[in-house]
Write a protein that binds this ligand. Structure first.
Ligand code: LMR
Length: 328
């Protein structure tokens, strides 16, 4: 009898370990924007490619729209291992202690998309991602979301038009300095709270690429948009280092390939998505869209020029210099 129960226990243990061996590796990928945005679509693309390439050994669960966590919490969740993958905007790495990522927020630092790619796809970008390892994070890729527009309930043609406006920003000191340089009062809010804050007047305006504005319906509560393209919004796709290092080598390789595919895909759709979103905003007729004249553009550049100097101490003069040089 004793022998029989030992056999049963052994058999149960064997079948349990077989089940373990077959259980898929789950990657929880949390993000804060809608699925129908460049980031949202690229996350879905990664899921598809990763699950296909690993023959189902990896399951990617994508949680869009802050369903699981808001901006600040998702960073904590990643470090604790409650989720495995995120793609926060580069403006949100300050609280992690990676202040240099805020260099991407500097007004007008990238004269073109190509100038940006020179940085994100070159040694500077690689070095920045590598430095995340000391925080228990691996940086896998940069994703793109283009240049930002300004929105509010009043026209914004000259820098003076921002005087006294409460402007929602992401948690970046550079963005804080940028809004102050325009005479506005910056307020940090999680992305998921922006629509309501605009609707109830907690803040007067904000900045984002059109795809984020449109998919969050911000245009319904913002009467004016200025096509300022004054700053950049991009992402770093990051994973928990312990999780990533613990993956079987062949799986990691497949996931790297899936990420490379998703990154190419993301880069290809980002601009078009934003152009379409802007067209859709115009079509609603709820928001007046304004293009700055060359003289107004100069006035914006002049007003925002001091931000770079002011932020040198935080970001590093050398990094700013290296990026400016690369960006030419
Ligand atoms: C924001 O918080 O304004 C955006 O950066 C959200 C995002 O991830 O695109």
């Amino acid at each position: 009898m004793q022998f029989k129960s030992l056999v049963i226990a052994l058999a149960a243990a064997v079948s349990m370990s077989a089940a373990w061996a077959q259980a898929p590796i789950v990657i929880k990928f949390s993000h804060v924007v809608a699925t129908d945005t460049p980031k949202g679509q690229a996350a879905e693309r990664f899921k598809m490619m990763a699950e296909k390439a690993t023959g189902g050994r990896v399951k990617v669960e994508v949680y869009p729209n802050s369903q699981l966590y808001k901006d600040k919490e998702e960073m904590e969740a990643l470090q604790l291992g409650a989720v495995q993958m995120l793609a926060p905007s580069l403006a949100k790495f300050g609280p992690l202690g990676a202040k240099e990522f805020e260099v991407f927020d500097l007004p007008y630092i990238f004269p073109s998309k190509q100038a940006l790619y020179n940085v994100t796809e070159g040694p500077i970008g690689k070095g920045m991602l590598q430095r995340l390892e000391s925080k228990g994070i691996i940086g896998l890729a940069f994703w793109d979301n283009g240049f930002k527009v300004m929105s509010a309930n009043k026209p914004m043609h000259a820098p003076e038009d921002f005087k006294g406006l409460k402007m929602r920003i992401q948690s970046s000191k550079v963005l804080e300095s940028q809004m102050r340089a325009l005479g506005a009062n910056p307020q940090v809010l999680a992305f998921s709270e922006v629509y309501q804050a605009l609707q109830t007047g907690v803040v007067d305006g904000t900045e984002n690429p059109p795809s984020n504005m449109y998919t969050q319906k911000m245009h319904e509560v913002q009467k004016h948009v200025t096509m300022s393209n004054h700053g950049y919004l991009g992402y770093a796709v990051i994973v928990n280092k312990k999780f990533w290092d613990g993956l079987p080598a062949d799986i990691r390789k497949q996931l790297e390939k899936a990420m490379a595919d998703a990154t190419t895909f993301e880069k290809a759709i980002a601009q078009r998505d934003n152009d379409l979103a802007m067209e859709a905003i115009k079509k609603t007729g709820k928001t007046t869209v304004y293009n700055l004249t060359p003289a107004e553009q100069t006035a914006w550049r002049t007003a925002l020029a001091p931000v770079q100097k002011e932020m040198e101490g935080r970001i590093g003069k050398d990094l700013i210099g290296a990026i400016t040089k690369q960006a030419k």
